[in-house]
Design a binder for this molecule. Sequence first.
Ligand code: PEP
Ligand code: MN
Length: 350
Amino acid sequence: MDSRIKIIAGPCSAESRSQVLETAKALKELGITIFRAGVWKPRTKPGGFEGAGEIALDWLADVRKETGMQTCCEVATAEHLHKSLDAGVDILWVGARTTADPFAVQALADTFMQIGAEEVSRLTLLIKNPVNPDVELWAGAVERFRNAGVKNIWLVHRGFSSYDTGIYRNLPLWHIPIEMKRRYPDIPLLCDPSHIGGKRDLILPLCQQALDLMYDGLMIECHCNPDKALSDSHQQLTPARLSEVLSSLKPRQQGSQADLEGLRNRIDVLDEGIIKLLKDRMDVSRKIGTYKQEHNMPVLQSKRYGEIVEKRTELARSMGLDSDFAKQLMELIHKESVRIQLEDRPLQED
Ligand code: PEP
Ligand code: MN
């Protein structure tokens, strides 16, 4: 594996001292240097395994002692943060449910502020994407932690909840992490294929997609006996399978051709996003058409049309886009909306 790619691996949850150490030692053999394990687990419903709690911090300390690996766990509250730091955990992650909650993020940020600059500077903080596809919430968490003095931040893309997720457990929506990379080019971006895929077969293709999109690393759930795992058993790999996955990944080539490929992959994802947005816009337009029809209103309202073209052109210009291009694009989109609304109107009888 390309050594520039950061790899974090370990079980969804720390379940017992033996499970933690057996998994960590096998991962260490693969050359992995960062070991993850959830100590406190956020569960969607009551009754699931909520993590071993504080005692698991001792097991992580043992991993550090016995393998020299760095350790990594999730923190959601000030108490988790203090306890993890006291136990010497090197890397912390903020989970997807926490990132979605600005109160919780701010409470953690305030705790970082109280801890003091020296201790905070030794830490790395991973911020997972919020469960909902809201780039501003994710960016908001970055800003809150930066304002609190956290310097070493990495982003982790773990996919987004949706009623309909198709083959995934969480929709990847690649354009959102790519937008974060655009805004924060210096912050490493990792992919967590385990929570996106939700099943073992999807881990390899998702890892490859992430590498094709120039991600900086991967966080992969791995358990010495996945079928017996107390949480997320379907998506965890054995260390042996992880080794196969890592060796069959094709890191992007070095040099300018590789950069070009990465950029083209980004363009592909962005174009897909544009098409999807256009589809959503036309759906709304169709609804407006129905409303106008029901209220006996005309399809074309030229004042509104003029305003749309003018405002969007001005917005585009203020963002550095060519205003002629933006004007033509808006005219084309509007023309298509009008066509759709007319198409839906039954021909009037005399
Ligand atoms: C995890 O990594 O095990 C986890 C609970 O993550 P997320 O916040 O992405 O669901
Ligand atoms: Mn998990």
